[in-house]
Design a binder for this molecule. Structure first.
Ligand code: SAM
Length: 288
């Protein structure tokens, strides 16, 4: 077996151990390592894991799995599309597993879907080994892959998009600056004046500082900012947060009748209930 510091042989079985932090290492029994390549940015693996199915792993960290990736991808993409009354042009930043692009392809009224991903190899590997996740992304002509750093891409752009979806990896390595205030400010400029920004804002339990900071920064630049949540078991803690920001459109007033009917997780009830927050998150929001 290849010498990767997150794959271990234990009693004749192969285990993938995600080293989330000193106090938390999560172990998964491996069925098969399907692919292992190193790009200039990161170590990319597609591993078939018992119970979770095929998983994209970057630098030893799970990004998406066949078991639960659709929960995350649907929440990140359908919520802004339904909240905006007339979206046409969408930008995805990151999103290399193409799950968000695949979800967006379900909406015929979207005209252009640009995806700026820093690492072309992630996209190529996912299209090859995870077709159940990439779905329509490599066939839909509205989807344009732009292989570039998302931070650089948006720097000099003004009022180009109705929606920007930030589907980033954790805030380390190439994704670190995707959580910074200067990046959110440029993203706001890149949006049309009535645009909507959505991002994943990490675990409310283990990364509450990041979630709170994201909420605080976006609240400086947008009139309406809301956190919503879902359970994604393959992310540490299982409980995940997303943040949506707009100057005009409130998800509470979204026209839910537009919601695609070929989803596996989100529906009318889930759309609304995902914004009902537990007290500890309300307290975090009230104190930023
Ligand atoms: N759903 C995942 C999660 O929360 O773990 C993230 C999905 S996606 C695989 C994240 C992607 O962001 C990766 O493919 C990575 O290459 C890309 N990425 C990281 N930094 C980036 C940057 N500065 N610009 C564009 N893409 C970036």
């Amino acid at each position: 077996m290849e010498n990767l510091d997150f794959l271990y042989e234990i009693d004749g079985e192969t285990w993938f151990i995600e080293n989330d932090r000193n106090n938390l290492k999560i172990s998964y029994k491996v069925k098969e390592v399907l692919s292992s390549v190193k790009s200039v940015y990161q170590q990319i693996n597609i591993i078939d894991i018992y119970d979770f199915g095929r998983c994209l792993i970057l630098d030893g960290v799970i990004q998406t799995t066949e078991l639960d990736g659709y929960i995350y991808n649907e929440m990140l993409s359908h919520v802004p599309v339904i909240t905006h009354p007339h979206p046409q042009d969408v930008l995805i930043i990151g999103g290399g597993d193409c799950g968000v692009a695949n979800e967006l392809s379900k909406y015929n009224f979207l005209k252009k879907i640009d995806m700026v991903e820093i690492d072309e190899l992630v996209v190529r590997e996912c299209i090859k080994y995870m077709p159940s996740v990439t779905g329509m992304a490599s066939y839909d002509e509205r989807i344009n892959f732009i292989f570039n750093d998302g931070i650089e891409y948006i720097k000099d752009k003004n009022a180009m998009y109705d929606i920007i979806i930030i589907d980033s990896s954790d805030p380390v390595g190439p994704a670190e600056d995707l959580f910074k205030e200067s990046f959110y400010l440029n993203a706001k400029k890149c949006l049309k004046p009535d645009g909507i920004l959505t991002c994943q804002s990490q675990s409310p339990l283990f990364n509450k500082d990041i979630m709170a900071r994201t909420y605080k920064i976006l609240s400086k630049y947008f009139a309406i900012v809301k956190i919503y949540v879902a359970s994604v078991p393959s992310y540490p803690g299982g409980f995940w947060s997303f943040t949506i920001a707009s100057d005009y459109f409130d998800p509470d007033k979204a026209d839910i009748s537009k919601l695609a009917d070929n989803t596996r997780y989100i529906n009318r009830e889930v759309f609304h209930s995902s914004f009902k927050l537990p007290n500890f998150i309300k307290e975090i929001i009230n104190h930023v």
